[in-house]
Design a protein around this ligand. Structure first.
Ligand SMILES: Nc1ncnc2c1ncn2[C@@H]1O[C@H](COP(=O)(O)OP(=O)(O)OP(=O)(O)O)[C@@H](O)[C@H]1O
Ligand SMILES: [Mg+2]
Length: 627
């Protein structure tokens, strides 16, 4: 559970964080400039609507002045006219204000939504291309929350903060100018209470800001917990260990803290509001008190005093908002910065500048003195995405998992990998489609270092069937078409027949249109693997990488998988992590992997004859499994 001290430290760290230079310029270039016409329209509507706030006090002042000329029931000429015109002015003004506010809302909504859509798309496209190492480290919940909340935060920044800032500045400027024009001494008096105001606003702003951040962080924690516990694997684990209560407490803890933060921010907000009204009342009272004297001494008209009192309120509230502007702007920019942080994550595994396409692959596969260590946390992820609080990530690379691994297979050959658990077999297979890049040496396909090929053409040439294949939550047909979008139904069926899975699919309630649930849970492990073999057959790659499903299959599906494999591997180079003796014996080359090294290689016949790990494995495991 994230402990509070750490979360707090993380939050402060976030607030203190120095924003990169040129951030504003970047926001402008990447997200605002394309829409500058609408942005200008927005600013224009904001400026006009804000400037209009001084008009009602003006008309009210005129009405009061006209009426105060009425003495003992005698109405001087023109009073009725002034009152009527001013009243009409007020109505017209209200209408115009409404029109402008609607226009303003339209432009700000349009820009805001457009910005959200832009940012989301860019972030999604970018994150997709991150290497596997990133996804193994990053907490999905934290990532999703970043893509949802910070994107919305950035949008609020652009339309909200920016809009309010402009509106308030214009409003204050116009109101103060009018006030000075009416009576400068009174204006200075009104401004003298300003420090109280600014302080209250600053305090409240800071508190609210910290509270908002805390609640965002807590929400992100809850998200992470839910996404992790509510996927099938997580939920099953919780059940099997009977941890409902503990998980409930953990979640409840965050939920209660969110509630607590909600109450605190409500109170702080109200306190601030109350202070504002108090100071406002104070200012108004002072205006009437001192302004009254001015009227008596004949230096000011009654109408002007009334107008002035009304202006006090229109000047105070934007001033309060503006005193918080630095914090608001900073918060807004932090959201942008957090989104940019994602957009700027490097893509280490991309095409080299002079990458070439792998054309008509033969499938020759060579490992040349390959060394490999899993990348360090700092190299593969972002601190703020990992754990919910900012701590520096470990920069030490993982231990060397593969060392000096060399072998060569000609197109069409089958290479079997055997060896104890944790030896590095899966890791070796991950290097072929460049899920990771080697730390030393090279993996070559048809003589090209895989890093010199375009990733797209390389991955098109390599098909992977993993031990626990993933199926999207979609129909069988859609899952198959993922490999070949243009395949006809007949082609899908042929692939499934070859993979020995057609009968199983046909027996499903809706055949090929059956939705295989999240993680394809309705199919057994063996069935899923055969479906994934069918998927690879549709892709028709020159090289196949296959993590053979381990034992625990009944003999019927064992036979089915074997038949499926024979078809799948025929005519293709294959790198198979083999558990079945039949696969191993039939391989052109067997690599015995132990502690990250290839300790023996050769054919079955050669290796059984030699003393060594293979002979041991053969006699203990494979022979026994066969019997
Ligand atoms: N994503 C990863 N990050 C860091 N280390 C990893 C990662 N995946 C595997 N390792 C480590 O690399 C070593 C080799 O793992 P690998 O999965 O290649 O073994 P394996 O031979 O496939 O084992 P098994 O037969 O059990 O599947 C192990 O020590 C493992 O802890
Ligand atoms: Mg493995």
């Amino acid at each position: 559970m994230p402990n509070t001290a750490l979360v707090r430290r993380g939050l402060d760290g976030e607030l203190d964080r120095r924003l990169p230079k040129g951030l504003v310029g970047r926001v402008w270039r990447e997200f605002a400039r394309p829409y500058r016409r609408k942005l200008v329209a927005l600013i224009a509507t904001i400026v006009i609507a804000s400037a209009l706030v001084v008009a009602p006090p003006y008309f009210i002042g005129r009405i009061v002045d006209a009426l105060s000329q009425v003495r003992d029931g005698v109405v001087p000429a023109g009073v009725g006219r002034t009152v009527t015109l001013s009243a009409v002015g007020l109505i017209v003004l209200a209408l115009v204000t409404v029109l402008f506010s609607i226009a303003q809302r339209y432009y700000s909504a349009w820009l805001g939504e457009q910005l959200i859509a832009d940012m989301r798309q860019r972030a999604f496209r970018h994150v997709q291309r991150m290497p596997v190492a990133f996804f193994t480290r990053t907490q999905t919940g934290a990532l999703i929350s970043r893509l949802n909340n910070d994107v919305v935060g950035a949008q609020r920044a652009l339309t909200g903060t920016f809009g309010t800032l402009t509106a308030n500045t214009v409003q204050v400027a116009v109101a103060l100018a009018y006030m000075f024009a009416l009576e400068w001494r009174l204006t200075l008096l009104v401004l003298s209470v300003l420090p109280v105001f600014v302080m209250a606003a600053k305090y409240a702003g800071r508190r609210l800001q910290a509270l908002t951040r805390e609640s965002m962080q807590l929400n992100a924690d809850m998200n992470t917990l839910m996404t992790e516990r509510f996927n099938v694997a997580g939920a099953t684990l919780v059940k099997l260990f009977g941890r409902y209560d503990r998980e409930g407490e953990r979640f409840g803890d965050s939920a209660v803290r969110v509630a607590d933060v909600g109450v605190r921010s409500a109170v702080v907000g109200r306190l601030f509001f109350a202070t504002m009204s108090l100071v406002g009342a104070l200012g108004t009272a002072a205006v009437y008190l001192v302004g009254g004297q001015f009227v008596l001494s004949g230096t000011m008209s009654t109408g002007d005093v009334v107008a002035f009192a009304a202006l006090v309120i229109t000047a105070y509230s934007p001033l309060a908002a503006l005193s918080n502007a630095p914090v608001d702007v900073l918060t807004a920019l932090i959201s942008f910065d957090r989104v940019f942080e994602i957009l700027d994550l490097p893509h280490p595994i991309t095409d080299a500048p002079d990458a070439v396409d792998l054309e008509h692959p033969r499938g020759d596969l060579t490992f040349d003195r390959v060394r490999f260590a899993y990348p360090s946390a700092a190299d593969s992820s972002l601190a703020s995405l990992e754990s919910g609080w900012s701590e520096a990530l470990d920069t030490t690379p993982g231990p060397v998992v593969l060392d000096d691994v060399s072998f060569s297979a000609a197109g069409g050959q089958t290479v079997a990998l055997v060896g104890p658990s944790g030896a590095g077999k899966t890791t070796m297979t991950a290097l072929v489609p460049r899920l990771y890049d080697v730390s030393g040496g090279a993996v070559r396909v048809d003589g090209h270092d895989v890093r010199d090929l375009t990733v797209e053409s390389l991955r098109a040439a390599v098909g992977v069937v993993s031990q626990d294949p993933h199926l999207f939550h979609d129909t069988v047909r859609a899952n198959l078409r993922y490999a070949a979008p243009d395949a006809s139904d007949a082609q899908l069926e042929a692939a499934c027949r070859a993979a020995q899975i057609h009968e199983v699919i046909s027996a499903l309630p809706e055949g090929y249109d059956t939705v295989v649930g999240e993680r394809g849970y309705r199919l057994s492990g063996g069935e899923k693997q055969r479906l994934s073999i069918a998927r690879v057959l549709l892709k028709d790659p020159a090289i196949i990488v296959l993590d053979e499903a381990t034992a625990h299959l009944d003999s019927e599906s064992e036979a089915a998988v074997q038949a499926a494999l024979r078809t799948a591997l025929a005519g293709r180079t294959s790198l198979v992590i083999a558990h079945r003796l039949s696969t191993i014996v039939g391989a052109d080359l067997i690599l015995v992997v132990s502690h990250g090294r290839v300790v023996q290689q050769g054919t079955h016949a050669e290796l059984v004859r030699a003393e060594g790990l293979y002979a041991d494995l053969y006699h203990t495991q494979f022979a026994a499994a066969e019997a």
